[in-house]
Design a binder for this molecule. Structure first.
Ligand code: FE2
Length: 377
């Protein structure tokens, strides 16, 4: 047993220099934003929200914004080559560029983090339109990924200045019950987990709330290590993974090979009814990893009594894990690009604050079967 629970579980810190109010949006750089937006609407049930492009004064790109409850995704595509967005896609394929964080004061967030050593990606800027003012600023994190700080307390427009409302009244995607970002996981290079943990601690005031070593997260063939970082108030959680030595190639190595560097491995989206959500997503074509049905044979003896019927969980392949505070149900999609890079997790928490350690082995064996089919194990 190598899981280390940090002694202080109360995450509230009166001296938090970077109070975060949650994830504001996730921006993906993609090859074709129009089609990607349609995928998130038709497969995941997001609604059209906002658009920016040449019609709104942008010369080099278009962005579509889709939303479901508190989950907001921006899909951005370059209009020409010779452009940093095009370079990003050429190197990484489609992937997450920005994890945008809601703050009460974007200028202060920038000042506090850059004073502690963050590299600036955007000095504070004030954007205004008839909806009011949004202030944003940004810093670099792992790989080519950015954190933007978004202050929107004086804004009541559709999304933010520069965007216009976008809707498609003839296409009404069903609400699949995806509510908010539970956590976002970053894959970093060999020996880079601890430096990145230090970055989140020192530069952003995060705490390391859970650690998993390669004995926790290993199968017969491959291994990885992970540390979970939480913002001072607990609203934003970033697990950081690095590969570990195994007999064969770790899933984190496969990611690093195909993303060609460090980046966001998965975004976990919360639901209050995982059976309904997953059924809905599957009927819309979202593909999930499958664990063998033997996983369910001794499930209840491992996790104890749960509210859900076992049969739908088995049918849909939903995983269950328990910690000291309760239990959680989770399921992982296959990668949503042709490169084996970014995927999504669907999670329902029933008291548990952990990340499904009891499922790691079954899950990683499922990932290895996929890696093997791709010839990358
Ligand atoms: Fe996760």
């Amino acid at each position: 047993m190598n899981t280390i629970l940090a002694p202080d579980q109360s995450l509230v810190n009166a001296n938090d220099f970077l109070p975060l109010e949650g994830t504001d949006y996730v921006e993906f750089y993609v090859g074709n934003a129009k089609q990607a937006a349609h995928y998130y609407m038709s497969a995941f049930g997001f609604q059209a929200l906002a658009y920016a492009g040449p019609e709104t004064g942008l010369k080099d790109r278009v962005s579509y914004v889709v939303r479901q409850h508190k989950l907001t995704f921006m899909l951005t595509t370059p209009l020409r080559t010779n452009n940093p967005i095009a370079d990003h896609i050429y190197k990484h394929g489609d992937g997450v560029k920005v994890l945008a964080l809601r703050v009460p004061d974007a200028a202060l967030a920038w000042k506090e983090t850059t004073a502690r050593g963050a590299s600036s990606s955007m000095e504070p800027v004030s954007l205004k339109d008839e909806g009011g003012e949004v202030v944003m600023s940004g810093i670099h994190t792992y790989g080519d990924t950015l954190h933007l700080f978004i202050e929107r307390k004086n804004y009541n427009g559709v999304f933010m200045p520069g965007f216009r409302a976008w809707s498609n009244p003839l296409f009404a995607p069903a609400d699949t019950g995806l509510l908010y970002v539970d956590h976002c996981v970053g894959n970093v290079d060999w020996n880079q987990m601890n430096p990145r943990v230090k970055f989140y601690e020192e530069v952003m005031g995060f705490k390391n709330i859970l650690s998993f070593d390669d004995e926790d997260i290993s199968t017969e063939y491959s291994a990885l290590m992970s540390k979970v970082m939480s913002s001072g108030n607990g609203y934003v959680k970033f697990p950081i993974n690095e590969p570990a030595e195994g007999k064969k190639k770790s899933q984190v190595e496969e990611f690093l090979d195909f993303y060609q560097g460090e980046g966001v491995q998965h975004v976990a989206m919360a639901t209050n009814d995982i059976v309904k959500t997953v059924k809905d997503l599957m009927s819309r074509g979202v593909e999930f990893l499958k664990v063998p049905s033997s996983y369910y044979e001794d499930l209840l003896s491992r996790v104890g009594k749960i509210d859900e019927d076992l049969e739908p969980l088995r049918e849909l392949g939903i995983l269950v894990d328990r910690d000291n505070e309760g239990y959680l149900l989770q399921l992982f999609s296959k990668p949503v690009e042709d490169r084996p890079t970014l995927f999504f997790e669907i999670i329902q928490r029933k008291g548990a604050k952990s990340f499904g350690k009891g499922n790691f082995k079954a899950l990683f064996e499922a990932i290895e079967r996929e890696q093997e089919a791709r010839g990358n194990l």
